[in-house]
Design a protein. Structure first.
Ligand SMILES: *[C@@H]1O[C@H](CO)[C@@H](O)[C@H](O)[C@H]1NC(C)=O
Ligand SMILES: [Cu+2]
Length: 341
């Protein structure tokens, strides 16, 4: 089923320039590691080509910390629109940036210095179209959970350093001619335990093509299936697409969302560096559930001189600015025109 472009939905599209996002925090067995081992993505703007070197980890800041984890551990990556803002009041990635969520890992010699373009990546988690009645994408599940996406480190992989790569592919402006927005972000971990498995790998760039069926796709139509880009995961592939309404119930208790951002990580079993910042979770100031309609109110409106770069500048039912403060307004499909560089 196509998405109904209600007044609310159209209003939220207006906010799409500021709806860009980055993966930021990491959780290890329920402990908030904050940005301790994050390769901080320098801007919340997307990578716009699958063949760019930045498809691996976007443009990032180096980080000398590597978080200790164990094979089999349960981890969560956490995405937000603005760096350092962990509030559940704002959608993790707004502006109807619907599409798949995936997580990859790559074994490297030193996670703090590894070049992500020469690493060999295997997928460990994926979600695509969760339900087709009505269409509900993994990004919407991410938003239901204040940006949290959970996965497991395979219990049989070799011990050693790994990069973790989390990614959202936003397809709101995608079509046969392009328009997909890639939001990758990477983390640095040192895996202990494990076994001898070394899963088959792909490269970034290399794993995707810009005309892959799950990338050059118009999601503003009735979808029954959706092909998640990249290889089959090592472990459990995504479940088949549900044909009943996807429950929007959060699995993450958003009332426990911390506001602070730890920069060091202390494993539950001890033995690692002391925190330099408070890791005590702060209670959010207001109601926790993500509210798309109120999110819109909190978004800065488009600049007076027109829509921002990558912002919406046209489309069926769209009521926002039709000129671009930066870039050229380019029609991507009947529902979405965007300011492109
Ligand atoms: C990160 O480190 C690499 C390798 O030393 C270097 O080439 C790159 O310029 C550094 N990036 C930043 C943002 O400092
Ligand atoms: Cu965006």
């Amino acid at each position: 089923m196509r998405f109904a472009l209600t007044a609310t939905a159209v209003a939220s599209l207006i906010a799409s320039a500021s709806a860009h996002a980055t993966f930021q925090q990491l959780w290890i067995n329920g402990v908030d590691a904050g940005v301790a081992c994050t390769r901080r993505v320098q801007s919340n703007s997307p990578v716009t080509s699958a063949t760019s070197n930045q498809i691996a980890c976007n443009a990032y800041d180096n980080n000398s910390n590597v978080c200790p984890v164990k094979a089999g551990d349960t981890l969560k990556v956490e995405m937000h629109q603005q760096y350092g803002d962990r509030s559940c009041k704002n959608e993790a990635i707004g502006g109807q940036h619907y599409g798949p969520v995936t997580v990859y890992m790559a074994k490297v010699d030193n996670a703090a210095s590894a070049n992500p373009n020469s690493a060999g990546w295997f997928k460990v988690s994926e979600g695509g179209l969760m339900s087709n009645n009505p269409d509900y994408f993994a990004v919407q599940v991410l938003n239901d959970n204040c940006g949290h996406w959970q996965f497991q480190i395979p219990s049989d992989i070799q011990a050693g350093d790994y990069l973790i790569r989390a990614e959202v592919i936003a397809l709101h402006a995608a079509g046969a001619g392009g328009g997909a927005q890639f939001y990758p972000g990477c983390y640095q971990v040192r895996v202990s335990g494990g076994g001898s498995a070394s899963p088959p790998t792909v490269r970034f760039p290399g794993a995707y093509g810009n005309s892959d069926p799950g990338i050059a796709v118009n999601i503003h139509q009735d979808l029954t299936t959706y092909k998640i880009p990249g290889p089959t995961p090592y472990g459990t592939p995504a479940a088949t697409v549900a044909t009943t309404k996807w429950p929007t119930t959060a699995t993450w208790n958003t009332a426990q969302q911390p506001a602070a951002n730890p920069t060091t990580y202390v494993p539950a079993d001890g033995g690692s560096p002391q925190p330099t910042t408070a890791t005590v979770p702060n209670v959010p100031t207001t109601t926790a559930a993500p509210q798309p309609t109120t999110t819109v109110v909190t978004q800065p409106s488009a600049p007076a001189g027109g829509a921002a770069l990558y912002g919406q500048c046209g489309g069926s039912g769209y009521a926002g600015p039709t000129t671009c403060a930066q870039g050229t307004c380019t029609k991507l499909n009947d529902w979405y025109s965007q300011c492109t560089p």
